[in-house]
Design a protein. Structure first.
Length: 319
């Protein structure tokens, strides 16, 4: 009978000897509930998420972006200063490279006359004319090629033949075709920017969701309105990508053309400085090209944000 009573005791009433000993010594052996553990882990995760969002907000702020940009450019300037000041010589040599101070003094010197400003203005005018023509034709033809298969079949084979030809290879032919060097340089700038804009526009039209076309057709939309209100807005993101890439290639093409056949321009200024062995002016010309290219790219970025505000709102996965 005693064994039967012992057998029906609940497991909670049976306390192991080790637990009894721990209890007698005043040591707590109770375990925290699983819900409390999960609650603590959830609180830690919540705090970690909040801290991550706070840091993300800080790094995405405008002033932090400017600060990081200053640090980036400052790092390059610091490396340039150390390499030229101490004449580093390890495989690549900095013994003949001018220091930042030399370039700064040269910039003050060349700005005492209007010659340097004239060269900068000539390059800006050429890039604006060539790029504008390339943007208009590239977007217009890209929309037609992306929209109409017949037009694509007629035009793209010929364009694909010309596309691999580098803009610099067009210099001799452009000099023979155009009656002046100015026209040939603008044409080479146009060639450099045209194909990136064209191909990105075609890709943008092809990427538009077919549902939008069916919805517009069901509403009786005319082809002209379809172009203006469906195709053009739908392809804008890719169009601005093509414009940004085209601007970079246009600067490369322009500088090469000015070095070969130009009489004015920042490319001509840089090549003339090399011919006269004026190293600070070479560096000044290169920096001027970089700054002008950066400003042109920023203008395109601002136009893109203003024209496509919905893209920034939809870019939630960007880190």
């Amino acid at each position: 009978m005693a064994m039967t009573d012992r057998a029906i005791e609940s497991p909670a009433e049976v306390v192991p000897a080790a637990h009894k000993k721990s209890a007698s010594q005043g040591v707590s052996t109770s375990r925290p509930p699983l819900q409390a553990i999960k609650g603590g882990m959830g609180a830690d995760a919540s705090v970690s998420t909040k801290q991550g969002l706070q840091w993300k907000t800080v790094f995405e702020s405008t002033w932090m972006q400017y600060l990081l940009g200053v640090v980036s450019i400052g790092s390059v300037l610091l490396f340039w200063y150390l390499a030229t000041e101490y004449r580093w010589d390890f495989y690549i040599r900095f013994s003949n490279i001018p220091t930042p101070g030399d370039v700064w003094n040269t910039m003050i010197e060349v700005n005492q006359s209007t010659k340097f400003i004239t060269n900068v203005w000539m390059s800006l005018r050429r890039i604006m004319e060539g790029f504008f023509i390339a943007a208009v034709l590239g977007v217009f033809l890209g929309i037609l090629v992306g929209r109409y298969r017949l037009f694509r079949s007629v035009t793209m084979p010929a364009m694909e033949v010309f596309r691999p030809i580098p803009a610099i290879a067009w210099v001799p032919m452009a000099i023979m075709i155009w009656p002046s060097n100015e026209g040939s340089i603008i044409f080479i700038t146009f060639i450099g920017a045209f194909f990136p804009i064209l191909l990105n526009t075609i890709h943008g039209v092809e990427e538009i969701d077919e549902v939008l076309f069916r919805a517009a057709a069901s509403l009786g939309t005319k082809e002209k309105d379809l172009m203006l209100y469906v195709i053009l807005p739908g392809a804008l993101q890719h169009i601005f990508t093509g414009l940004a890439v085209g601007m970079g290639v246009a600067w490369v093409s322009l500088i090469a053309a000015e070095m070969i056949s130009g009489q004015y321009g920042i490319g001509y200024f840089t090549w003339e400085s090399y011919s006269l062995i004026e190293y600070p002016k070479i560096a000044l010309g290169m920096l001027t090209i970089g700054v002008l290219g950066l400003l042109c790219s920023k203008v395109i970025q601002l136009c893109s944000k203003w024209s496509t505000p919905w893209i920034g709102a939809a870019a939630g996965g960007r880190k």
